[in-house]
Design a protein around this ligand. Structure first.
Ligand code: UD1
Ligand code: MG
Length: 466
């Protein structure tokens, strides 16, 4: 896909001030998520991918802070005081601009499946007809009973499209239209100056709202050139107006994402049971077993085996790792690591190369050094664990004294006997050892052994049994 030339004087307007009442939610509609991304981010990402860099988001008084919080400085936020229709919303967006650009591209915040490829083609089509005032992105043969239908004059030739007459809104139809039609995706390209002049004149519809789509019939009446380009796929026209449509759009998006990663050389054993968020990255020859969820900005390396039943959020996993039936959150895993089944990495776990974490191992805010093994149930929190350590079954870092959290340090090549309680703050030195069931309340120096409750150091020459 070729983005449009960056020196075109273009601004994108994203409409996000509607009530979204069909969602029946306390959360504003643009903040509902699909594949790990808020709805409002989709049109902005699509416009950016097209090569646009200036955006105005039309928000409502209720959702403007939340939207500005998500999008930050990259957009200008215009506030539409009351949702009086999409024409009113566009007028509000134009008023927020210091100068009217020659090209305005309008997208809705609730059509997340619009692909940048289609928007680029729309812009190219619009620009190729210099006298055209407005170009609508439409999808032929789509079913959208609650969406706008493109109306055209009857045409003699089966191959040609009839001239555009207008857009018929669902509210103006006598019967719900459950048949294929040419659907308005809600994406438009405008001659900026014409739009600025015309949009104010859009009359109220029967519902009391001023529809942006009324501009089509107005332009036709006035002899201004308008066109609809049926170049979008049917699923791009899917709007998210209620929870059912949110789930339906999610299913389409999931399918697109899954097919993309398969085309990049990732095996999905069962795509229908694989959930990959839109910002995830996966390396070649990785195998995703069923019930794998890869969320937010997770990155998985090459030749890994993930799942079955793995859930990984905002984490980075190296190459050749095996993660079975485990949960990872905001963690980093280096190469050649084995985790699971039933282990849990909580935020700020750093698992270095070649580590083995077996069953029921919980790790939080802890570095686990290269080649270390914790094969059986244990809790490792607020710890720094060196390379080549053996962590026995049942080991617990007692990091919390009821008021504060404290650190545990375990030196390289240490041996932590089964069922050791490490009462932090505490350090077990390099190549030191603890006996089974030891409750370690004081530091164990390098090379020494501590046993018992509370743990006492064994004489240096003596060797204890674990
Ligand atoms: C709209 C189109 C319809 C098209 C469909 C595509 C109109 C009148 N109809 O219908 O032809 O097929 O999108 O999804 O435009 N908004 C505001 N301020 C308002 C009203 C709406 O910002 O006063 C925003 C909404 O937040 C939403 C977008 O505009 O993001 C579209 O509004 P919505 O009410 O969802 O229109 P649809 O009924 O979906
Ligand atoms: Mg809508």
């Amino acid at each position: 896909m070729n983005a449009i030339n960056s020196d075109i004087d273009a601004v994108g307007i994203v409409l996000a001030a509607g009530r979204g009442s069909r969602m029946r939610s306390r959360i504003p509609k643009p903040l509902h998520t699909l594949a790990g991304r808020e709805l409002i981010r989709f049109p902005i990402a699509a416009l950016k991918n097209c090569g646009l860099s200036r955006f105005v988001v039309v928000a409502s008084p209720e959702n403007k802070d939340a939207i500005a919080g998500i999008l930050g400085d990259e957009v200008v936020c215009a506030v539409q005081i009351s949702p009086e229709g999409t024409a009113d919303a566009v007028a509000c967006g134009l008023r927020a601009m210091t100068a009217i650009p020659s090209l305005v591209v309008v997208l809705a915040a609730d059509t997340p499946l619009v692909r940048p490829e289609s928007v680029v083609r729309l812009i190219q089509s619009h620009r190729s007809a210099p006298t055209r005032r407005m170009t609508v992105l439409s999808a032929a043969g789509a079913i959208g009973p609650d969406l706008g239908h493109i109306k055209r004059a009857a045409c003699q030739s089966a191959d040609a499209l009839g001239g555009l007459l207008g857009i018929e809104e669902a509210a103006d139809r006598a019967e719900p239209a459950y048949y294929p039609a040419e659907i308005n995706t809600g994406v438009y390209c405008f001659d900026g100056l014409w739009l600025n002049k015309s949009v104010e004149a859009v009359p109220k519809s029967a519902t009391g709202e001023r529809y942006l789509t009324t501009l089509v019939a107005m332009a036709v009446d006035a002899g201004d050139k308008v066109e609809a380009e049926p170049i979008a796929l049917a699923d791009e026209a899917m709007g998210v107006n209620d929870r059912e449509q949110l789930a339906a759009a999610g299913a389409v998006l999931r399918d697109r994402i899954n097919r993309f990663w398969m085309s990049e050389g990732v095996t999905l054993v069962d795509p229908a049971a694989t959930y990959i968020d839109v910002d995830v990255v996966i390396g070649q020859d990785t195998v995703l077993q069923p019930n794998t969820m890869l969320m937010d900005d997770t990155v998985i390396g090459e030749a890994c085996e993930i799942g079955p039943n793995a859930s990984i959020r905002s984490s980075r996993v190296g190459d050749r790792c095996r993660i079975i039936a485990s949960t990872l959150e905001e963690s980093r895993v280096e190469d050649d690591v084995e985790i699971g089944p039933y282990s849990h990495l909580r935020p700020a776990a750093l698992i270095e190369a070649g580590v083995h974490l077996g069953n029921y191992v919980e790790v939080k805010n802890t570095r686990v050094g290269s080649g270390t093994a914790a094969g059986h149930f244990c809790y490792l929190g607020d710890a720094d664990i060196g390379d080549g350590v053996n962590i026995g079954a049942g080991t617990i870092t007692c990091n919390y004294d009821g008021v504060d959290k404290h650190q545990t340090v375990i030196g390289k090549d240490a041996f932590i006997g089964s069922d050791t309680m490490l009462v932090a703050p505490v350090t077990v030195g390099q190549a030191a050892a603890t006996g089974a069931g030891a409750v370690v309340t004081r530091d164990v120096p390098e090379g020494r052994r501590a046993v018992g409750v509370p743990a006492r150091l064994l004489p240096q020459q003596q060797s204890g049994s674990d």
